[in-house]
Design a protein around this ligand. Structure first.
Ligand SMILES: [Zn+2]
Length: 201
């Protein structure tokens, strides 16, 4: 009996086939999208080739968007690539574009929330996850993501409220400041703009 093909072999073989097709179908946005997705998957699965896989995915998504600039799915995959590379601002910009193109879709807001959370912009993340559920109340993905998020955020917000004291630089009372969102409370003083040291757990 033949051994089952390894995931690595499957990705390599499929990519080889798709790259061979580019010469015949150089104007196929969906072909480039498929290549980008697979390169992204290769990068996720195999850390040793991550850099080259991400570069290849980048080129493929750019080619795809040249041919079909308003393809929401390519834009979202490209945002996932930026997120995986730690380029969260770029991911947010792309998610914003996807949201404009497809306002009833929950995924752009979910991915945008993830990127904001990675930047520790928790208030913005919270708004995105909530908005994703508002625009699509039947989305199980959006509901599950918000639920998971709140498990982190509700205790974290409480912890910040408890620990925020006076600004180390100017003495401003961070607890009583109503204009300052709690998500930035421990990070930036609204009075002098100085970054606060991390609060203790
Ligand atoms: Zn201050």
């Amino acid at each position: 009996m033949r051994a089952a093909e390894s995931p690595s072999r499957r990705i390599e073989r499929t990519l080889h086939r798709l790259y061979a097709r580019v010469a015949q179908r150089p104007s196929s946005a969906s072909l480039f999208q498929c290549i980008g997705k697979l390169e992204l998957e290769r990068g996720f699965t195999y850390p040793s080739v991550r850099f080259s896989a991400h570069c290849a995915a980048d080129v493929a998504f750019r080619c795809s968007l040249e041919l079909a600039p308003n393809d929401v799915w390519t834009i979202l995959y490209f945002a996932s690539l930026h997120h995986a590379r730690g380029w969260h601002e770029d991911a947010i910009a792309l998610c914003g574009r996807a949201h404009e193109l497809a306002p009833p879709l929950d995924l752009p807001l979910i991915h945008m929330g993830d990127a904001f959370a990675s930047l520790r912009k928790y208030g913005d993340a919270d708004r995105c996850y909530r908005q994703a559920v508002e625009i699509d109340p039947n989305s199980e993905v959006a509901k599950a993501r918000l639920e998971k998020w709140l498990k982190f955020w509700i205790p974290e917000r409480e912890r910040r409220r408890r620990h925020a004291g006076r600004c180390w630089a100017c003495g401003y009372d961070l607890r009583d400041d109503q204009s300052n969102d709690v998500e930035t409370l421990a990070l930036t003083c609204p009075n002098c703009g100085k970054t606060q040291p991390p609060t203790k757990r």
